[in-house]
Design a protein around this ligand. Structure first.
Ligand code: FAD
Length: 366
């Protein structure tokens, strides 16, 4: 993974970032390595790797480019994983081989303009009409919203039941009534495609329900548990990228007649960066291992996500500081790592939402 990321991604990273280019040309090469169906079983064309493997893959991608890591993470941990874990046999046969082979890019749409953290309140509606589901509503921040081929979309089928009335649906690109909004102009992870979706009398066959009607939110929350581990891995990778470049620069840059790495003030920063990253990495690996062992890991995945994402932002800022004024320029990678890191405290539940989950787990297990 490290060789691949350095060879195939690193040389283009800044260019993709500046142009906000989603590297669709990279998808066949990702697929050849099994990265488009990482945990999907071989029966459906996947690589059948474990969650710990997945985490290391995301970490190494993010160490070079947060945007590519975000896309691979969302395609696998959100879209493909939702279909693999909750789909019917015929749905898995229909969609997973193309997702794993890189023929289709997956998207997963829960967030709406008015409902982010409060996911149970989503307003997109689906009603059954003559053997078809008819969907109306809007989604925001969908990773691969403009370039995706297959969309897992959460909508309310029984609004009076709140979160218990939410159902997941499979919608193919090109379905009349499904349109992508403008591609968002983001702070970081700019190589990843993010866009809103509009559903206007979007008619899909009755059989496109993913899982059971009314169980879409429960499934989505389980999917997000894995998503949080992947976001933690992304944070560890981005943080490591920051530390790598800060370490290198500190040995090259001279002030007062010696490398800045000779100054204890700089050394302390490097030591703290390494320590926070080690803690974040082991928390992430532990959460992944628990999920691989099919054990409950709600607390551990939120702890890993919270600690790793906050660490990545902090480490990213230290890396910019170690670069001095040059850290503020795009000529050096430090500023991009810092920008890329910020999404980790936002996506798949903000840091505040992680703290709510952690506290709830603590209080309920007493
Ligand atoms: C690059 C990117 C990619 C994304 N990809 C996807 C995707 O593929 N699919 C998808 O469905 N979503 C995606 N998201 C959306 C993401 O999950 C949401 O942005 C996130 O859940 C937060 O929702 P929000 O932006 O509406 O913020 P809000 O929920 O409006 O939160 C605003 C602020 O209020 C705080 N807050 C909210 N509620 C509470 C509370 N109860 N207590 C304390 N503080 C609170 C939040 O922590 C935050 O600081 C993506 C987001 C980004 C930035």
């Amino acid at each position: 993974m490290r060789d691949f990321a350095r060879r195939e991604i690193a040389p283009h990273s800044l260019e993709w970032d500046e142009a906000q280019h989603f590297p669709i040309e990279l998808v066949p090469r990702l697929a050849a390595l099994g990265l488009m169906g990482i945990t999907i079983s071989q029966q459906y064309g996947g690589a059948e790797m474990g969650i710990l493997d997945f985490v290391i893959i995301i970490e190494e991608l993010a160490r070079v480019d947060g945007g590519v890591a975000l896309s691979v993470a969302a395609h696998n941990a959100l879209c493909a994983s939702h279909i693999f874990r909750f789909g019917a046999q015929d749905q898995k046969k229909k969609y997973l081989p193309a997702l794993a082979a890189g023929g289709s890019v997956g998207a997963w749409a829960l967030t709406e303009p008015g409902f982010g953290s409060h996911a149970a309140g989503i307003q997109t509606r689906a009603r059954l009409e003559g053997g078809f589901w008819v969907l109306n509503g809007a989604k925001s921040f969908t990773t691969h919203g403009s370039c995706g081929d297959i969309f897992v979309v959460m909508a309310s089928t029984s609004p009076e039941q709140g979160g218990r009335g939410i159902t997941a649906f499979l919608i193919e690109k090109g379905t009349p009534g499904l349109t992508s909004g403008k591609k968002e102009n983001k702070l970081g992870c700019r190589a990843s495609d993010t866009a809103g979706l509009t559903l206007e009398d979007c008619r899909i066959p009755e059989g496109n329900v993913l899982g059971k009607a009314g169980e879409g939110l429960t499934a989505a929350l389980q999917i997000l548990e894995g998503g949080r581990i992947s976001m933690a891995a992304m944070a560890v990778g981005i943080g490591q990228g920051s530390l790598d470049c800060a370490l290198k620069y500190s040995k090259e840059r001279e002030q007062f007649g010696r490398p800045i790495s000779d100054f204890q003030g700089v050394q302390f920063k490097l030591a703290q960066m390494e320590s926070r990253l080690q803690a974040a990495r082991w928390l992430t690996y532990r959460a992944a291992w628990l999920q691989d062992s099919q054990r409950r890991c709600t607390l551990e995945s939120s702890v890993a996500k919270y600690v790793a994402s906050e660490a990545a932002v902090w480490v990213g800022e230290q890396a910019v500081q170690i670069h001095g004024g040059y850290g503020y320029l795009k000529d050096y990678p430090a500023e991009k790592y810092w920008r890329d890191s910020k999404v980790c405290t936002l996506g798949e539940g903000t840091s505040e939402i992680q703290k709510i989950i952690i506290a709830r787990e603590l209080l309920h297990s007493q």
